[in-house]
Design a protein around this ligand. Structure first.
Ligand code: ADP
Ligand code: ASP
Ligand code: MG
Length: 413
């Protein structure tokens, strides 16, 4: 007998019909194999957006504690509904909210991190033979305040629970049958990737492939939880995400990710002297705003420009803070551009193959796509471009690297 954690996303939980006829059936079939089953659910499709919009219709910068109080409720509804459906079908189940399931987080409301999970209650119910249905996305602080884990956070709830329970498997059920070489909504001939490494998935997720929340992959990697992404609506093997093995470096580019969710902020004519960058980025860190790419131009006459990207959600706050610092340090001004996108290619094989960057830049140039910023790591290359070229860039890079072909049939560079 195995212990299996299953997670169902918003589209899977999108209607009563889907909850009863799709999700409950997947859960029951796992239970019928004689396994202990813990299920983690998202809010019904569109519900989290609806709740956020309700809050934002009052104010653009709400008190984040109370925002989480509202936004976390979607998951409670869907967990309750699934448990009711399972009981009604003759399979004893119980619904637990984040606090009832012992999920402790820090106080970073709207993007809280899980600190620990006390699994006593979950185990108690499993020992009674029950299917345990837990709300994704939410946890509780030491003081009993409800928190949420950031958009897509139910993935992280599921993997963290799987790690805490030392589960044999964590299956992420969604509306696609695995992780693809690019978002299948944009590239119709994208291919399902059968197996990839935690590291590649971590890059893809952090670069915008929203099929998994990045922290869920971090947890899986840290605690070696074998992760499978699969479809709620089909029978399939999905994509297995696991530790790297020696065959994986043979594939140069595993996938392409894009992200339209960032904004670029440029501080113009910054005096080029020690300590200035620290002032800007310390102020952003103090406000808990993560910064992604940073580029500083070559200095001319003792002045330089510094550009960086932040999440669009944080852009107005980041702009306000940066303007204040710009005044203090005597910079000329601050420009914000929300109409940008980041397109990235990822693959372990980039470590050992030269010429990948050249091919990316050539391909984008051939289609008249200007590159605004570049950043690289051992296994990825990211370019910031004008937002209107996003889909085109993803498609032409997909074609250039032959990602529509089987991994073994692709040309090297
Ligand atoms: P869920 O509601 O189940 O959590 P999400 O919408 O968060 O589902 O994630 C699934 C979606 O991720 C897919 O519908 C797909 O459009 C998108 N996606 C983006 N990049 C990829 C990729 N590389 N492979 C598969 N899906 C991707
Ligand atoms: N319901 C949350 C969201 O829409 C969490 C999740 O679905 O994973 O972001
Ligand atoms: Mg998701």
């Amino acid at each position: 007998m195995a212990l299996v954690v299953q997670k169902f996303g918003g589209t899977s939980m999108g209607s009563i019909d889907r909850i009863v006829n799709r999700v409950a059936q997947k859960v029951i079939s796992e239970k019928k194999k004689g396994n202990d089953v813990v299920v983690v659910v998202s809010a019904m499709a569109g519900e989290t957006d609806r709740l956020i919009n309700l809050v934002k219709s009052i104010t653009e910068e709400p008190n984040e504690r109370d925002m989480d109080f509202v936004v976390s409720t979607g998951e409670q509804v869907s967990a309750g509904l699934l448990s009711i459906a399972l009981n009604n079908l003759g399979f004893p189940a119980v619904a637990l909210s984040g606090w009832q399931a012992g999920i402790r987080t820090d106080r970073a409301f709207t993007k809280a991190r899980i600190l620990s999970i006390n699994t006593d209650k979950i185990k108690e119910y499993l020992n009674e033979g029950k299917i345990v249905v837990i709300t994704g996305f939410q946890g509780i602080t030491e003081n009993g305040e409800v928190t949420t884990l950031g958009r897509g956070g139910s993935d992280t709830s599921a993997v963290a629970i799987a790690a805490a329970l030392n589960a044999d498997r964590c299956d992420i059920y969604t509306d696609v049958d695995g992780v693809y070489t690019a978002d299948p909504r944009i590239v119709p001939d994208a291919r399902r990737i059968p197996v990839l490494s935690y590291e590649e998935m971590l890059e893809l997720a952090s670069l915008g492939a929203k099929v998994l929340q990045i922290r869920s992959v971090e947890f899986a990697m840290k605690y070696r939880v074998p992760l499978r992404v699969r479809s709620t609506f089909a029978e399939d093997e999905g994509t297995l995400i696991k530790e790297e093995d020696e065959t994986m470096e043979r594939v140069i580019v595993r996938g392409i990710a894009h992200n339209k969710n960032e904004a670029r902020i440029t501080v113009e004519r910054v005096p080029d002297k020690p300590g200035i960058a620290a002032k800007i980025f310390d102020a952003l860190a103090d406000a808990n705003i993560p910064v992604d790419m940073i580029v500083q131009n070559v200095s001319v006459d003792g002045f330089t420009d510094i550009s960086f990207t932040v999440e669009k959600n944080d852009a107005s706050k980041a702009e306000r803070i940066t303007k204040k610092v710009a005044e203090e340090i005597g910079a000329r001004g601050v420009i914000r551009d929300d109409k940008i996108a980041k397109v990235s290619i990822v693959g372990l094989g980039m470590r050992s193959h030269a010429g990948v960057a050249g091919k990316v830049f050539e391909t984008l140039a051939k289609y008249g796509i200007n590159i605004l910023m570049i950043s690289t790591s051992e296994i990825k290359i990211s370019c910031i471009i004008d937002e209107k070229f996003t889909e085109l860039a993803v498609r032409v890079l997909h074609e250039a690297f032959e990602l529509d072909k089987d991994e073994k049939e692709r040309a090297l560079i």
